[in-house]
Design a protein around this ligand. Structure first.
Ligand SMILES: [Zn+2]
Length: 298
């Protein structure tokens, strides 16, 4: 979700992204990471995406986005929850609105499967019987689109089998790259050296643990980054999976997450924007966007 204003650590006040752009060009803001939530009690880490990108390379103008979860009393926490609920009904096509998808590239399927179709395959044929001609033609268009999309799970399998094909990233990233470029192993890199303001599938061995309110995955390998004061820190990047998402998950695998807590570390894949340092500047997080962005291979 993009935020209209954010608190600038450099200017010590709330500003809009257009003001951030102006201040950055003048050298008054030194990094796109020097922002916090505009709500005084919240102040979680916020990035001004694309701020450091030269104007000619920007696909969209700079915008603020949170890189961790807002505190529960922050108005943006309620809004993000609403957006996440709505995104559960989103179709695979809706993630590619306004993007040229006619080139034949593989697209990423970020639509959640409905629990019904997963558990009861005959329900599809029952629904088809009562359809009007219009809805069946839009359904055909949808099916054509679906044939060109792959879930994170399917992409991970293709990647591990050494396949390679072109992939187009969804809105607002709209980047074309090869499957082998899309996957990045978490392996001690400096966060600054990872592709910025775009999506990649980060992967590696990880532990899954029980924590308050949900589960946490932690990569065995670390990443490095620099704090606001210039200290270099190293941390094993984590992802928080809230209980509310796990309990009603359409994926059996995640409903049975308890089984993944035991045994050896698991192979974890997450489609994510660049991971970021949290506001206490101790942890490096991948922001949880939904279980359709994740894959765990045992
Ligand atoms: Zn907030």
């Amino acid at each position: 979700m993009s935020l209209i204003t954010a608190f600038s650590l450099d200017l010590n006040k709330n500003i809009q992204s257009t003001e951030a752009d102006f201040a950055f060009q003048k050298g008054l803001i030194s990094s796109q990471k020097n922002f916090r939530c505009s709500t005084e009690d919240c102040r979680i880490a916020v990035t001004c995406a694309n701020l450091e990108k030269p104007k000619k390379d920007r696909k969209v103008a700079p915008y603020f986005k949170s890189t961790e979860n807002h505190i529960s009393s922050c108005p943006f926490a309620i809004e993000e929850e609403k957006l996440r609920k709505n995104s559960k009904k989103a179709t695979a096509e809706s993630y590619y609105e306004g993007i040229d998808t006619t080139k034949g590239n593989t697209l990423i399927n970020l639509a959640l499967p409905s629990p019904k179709t997963q558990n009861n395959k005959s329900s599809m044929t029952t629904n088809n019987r009562h359809e009007s001609p219009t809805s069946s033609s839009s359904k055909r268009r949808s099916e054509h689109f679906i044939n060109r999309t792959k879930t994170i799970s399917a992409l991970a399998t293709s990647f591990l089998e050494g396949e390679n094909f072109s992939v187009t990233l969804p809105y607002p990233y709209n980047e074309e790259l090869s499957l082998q470029e899309l996957f990045i192993e978490v392996n001690g890199q400096d966060v600054e050296d990872l592709p910025q303001d775009t999506l990649r599938v980060y992967y590696g061995k990880a532990w899954i643990n029980n924590v308050t309110g949900g589960f946490q995955t932690k990569f065995l390998n670390a990443l490095k980054t620099t704090t606001y004061d210039g200290d270099l820190i190293e941390a094993n990047p984590t992802i928080f999976l809230p209980n509310t998402e796990i309990i009603n998950s359409p994926y059996k695998k995640f409903r049975e997450i308890e089984k993944m807590l035991k045994g050896r570390p698991k192979n974890l894949f997450i489609l994510s924007d660049t991971p970021a340092l949290n506001s206490t500047q101790k942890y490096i997080n991948f922001k949880f966007q939904g279980l359709q962005y994740l894959e765990v291979k045992l």
